[in-house]
Write a protein that binds this ligand. Structure first.
Ligand SMILES: NC(=O)c1ccc[n+]([C@@H]2O[C@H](COP(=O)([O-])OP(=O)(O)OC[C@H]3O[C@@H](n4cnc5c(N)ncnc54)[C@H](O)[C@@H]3O)[C@@H](O)[C@H]2O)c1
Ligand SMILES: CC(C)[C@@H](O)CC[C@@H](C)[C@H]1CC[C@H]2[C@@H]3[C@H](O)C=C4C[C@@H](O)CC[C@]4(C)[C@H]3CC[C@]12C
Length: 426
């Protein structure tokens, strides 16, 4: 299917979503279930020279024939951990290109190491900028995106970045000959759905009615579909594109802005947070270091296991405990002096629904004057109140993934970071 027809088809899908071209968000977008699409193509896969220095007939790669990687969105919460993990744990890396709309000051410290680090300020919505960054690389790790469930960005912008931006990354790989693409998808491609159905310790093959209305999950579902359907396309040079999508649940760890927001909220409330969600609602969480490690492992193994991994989705998981969103956050905030008031929600659910709706109304009324984007809105309340946990070992079975960080280590690292948040904000 030619590219323009492929994007047009997605465009129709997006309109089903009630997306930008469809006016309001009256529509729904549906997905073909948690297993994602499997499209396996037979074809010769170019095996990257295992030993640096031997260049085979691969059109892309660093000077000594070792892989060059592009980390699109490499300055974000997850992206920074992926960048640091690549530099620490990918011995074959000769060049790392970090492509992001907003380059971080911390990048300068990376330029003194043995790996050539190139920071590229660019926009994934600009196809030519993406193509220029991707040209000559071996693998792209695409974590760039607008993670917005608070109404900060318009549905059009979310679509443009998350869907069109991902399409631009795919086309850049095809046009420049990059053969491997790892995409950071999300649990939200699956759920929670608009009906509030729980997803209790499910896996990549668990049946679930993945129906969404909110711009963010819709955009992630569409982008993931584009990535999986691109698997097997011929890239420049005639080799097949090998793609893979990773679905983290709620990521936590050093640099997590929402955790920082909860901490500051608690400090403002005299060291207290007030329970709004029943403790019985389980929410899947995964440590950012383990998510980064899974990305690095997939980028490394994708060429050797293309037939097995190409076109596949994998949930990101580790040994983080199953808890409600608020109770899980208290694992880190309690040692930092906060306490969660109430063993049950202090407000009745109907009042929370009313307050969430009021926040949405205020956001709409105030938009011409200022951005009002509180944590509580109809969507975040619904997500927080719906059990969504995963239990799977697909990543372990397919490419030998094991969490790099134990729960205890993940917890300690996150606590240390939260403790540093207060001193860094003073
Ligand atoms: N945070 C989570 O809990 C979570 C969970 C599951 C999946 N994800 C996915 O992981 C990815 C990273 O999420 P995050 O939490 O690190 O978000 P983040 O906002 O911290 O990082 C996103 C990065 O993408 C960059 N970016 C945004 N728009 C861009 C554009 N137009 N061009 C180039 N770069 C652009 C941003 O500058 C930022 O550095 C996203 O795709 C998100 O959907 C996040
Ligand atoms: C105000 C209360 C109701 C409070 O408990 C709300 C919490 C709410 C802000 C978070 C609850 C669940 C979070 C989401 C979840 O962890 C998974 C996500 C997928 C990822 O791709 C993006 C982030 C997120 C949507 C995450 C956002 C914050 C919550 C909704």
């Amino acid at each position: 299917m030619p590219v323009e027809e492929r994007v047009a088809t997605r465009g129709r899908l997006w309109q089903e979503c009630g997306g930008p071209r469809g006016g309001g968000w009256a529509g729904l977008c549906s997905w073909n279930g948690p297993g994602g699409r499997r499209s396996r193509r037979k074809g010769r896969v170019c095996f990257w020279p295992a030993r640096p220095g031997r260049r085979e007939d691969s059109p892309s790669g660093g000077q000594s024939g070792r892989p060059v990687t592009v980390a699109a969105g490499g300055c974000g919460f997850l992206g920074e951990h992926v960048v640091r993990m690549l530099l620490q744990r990918e011995p074959r890396l000769c060049e790392l290109r970090i492509f992001d709309l907003h380059l971080g000051p911390w990048l300068d410290e990376l330029k003194t190491g043995p790996v050539r680090v190139t920071a590229i300020q660019g926009d994934v919505t600009q196809a030519h900028e993406v193509a220029a960054a991707v040209a000559g690389t071996h693998v792209v790790i695409h974590t760039a995106g607008l993670v917005d469930v608070f109404g900060k960005a318009s549905p059009e912008t979310i679509h443009e970045v998350n869907v069109q931006g991902t399409q631009n990354v795919i086309e850049a790989c095809v046009q420049t000959g990059t053969q491997f693409l790892v995409y950071t998808s999300s649990m939200e491609v699956v759920g929670p759905n608009v009906k509030g159905h729980p997803f209790y310790r499910g896996n990549e093959d668990t049946p679930y009615e993945a129906v969404h209305r909110h711009p963010y999950p819709c955009s992630k579902a569409l982008a993931e579909r584009l990535v999986l359907e691109a698997n097997g396309r011929k890239v420049r040079g005639g080799l097949p594109l090998v793609t893979c999508a990773l679905r983290p649940t709620g990521i936590y760890g050093e640099g997590h802005q929402i955790m920082r927001d909860f901490y500051h909220q608690g400090l403002r409330l005299g060291g207290r947070l007030f329970r709004a969600i029943p403790a019985s609602v389980e929410h899947g969480r995964v440590y950012v270091g383990n998510v980064a490690w899974m990305h690095v492992l997939v980028a490394r193994e994708l060429e050797q296991r293309a037939a097995l991994m190409g076109g596949q989705v994998y949930f990101c998981y580790d040994k983080s405990p199953y808890k409600s969103y608020e109770d899980f956050n208290m694992e880190f905030l309690r040692p930092c002096g906060l306490r969660l008031v109430g063993t049950r929600p202090l407000l009745p659910y109907w009042l929370l629904v009313f307050l969430a709706a009021l926040n949405a109304l205020l956001q709409w009324l105030l938009r011409p004057l200022l951005l009002y984007a509180p944590l509580l809105n109809p969507y975040t309340l619904a997500v927080a109140n719906t059990t969504f946990t995963v239990s799977t070992n697909k990543a372990q079975r397919h490419f030998g993934y094991e969490p790099l960080f134990s729960w205890e280590d993940s917890r300690t690292r996150t606590i240390r970071w939260v403790q540093g948040v207060e001193s860094s904000s003073q």
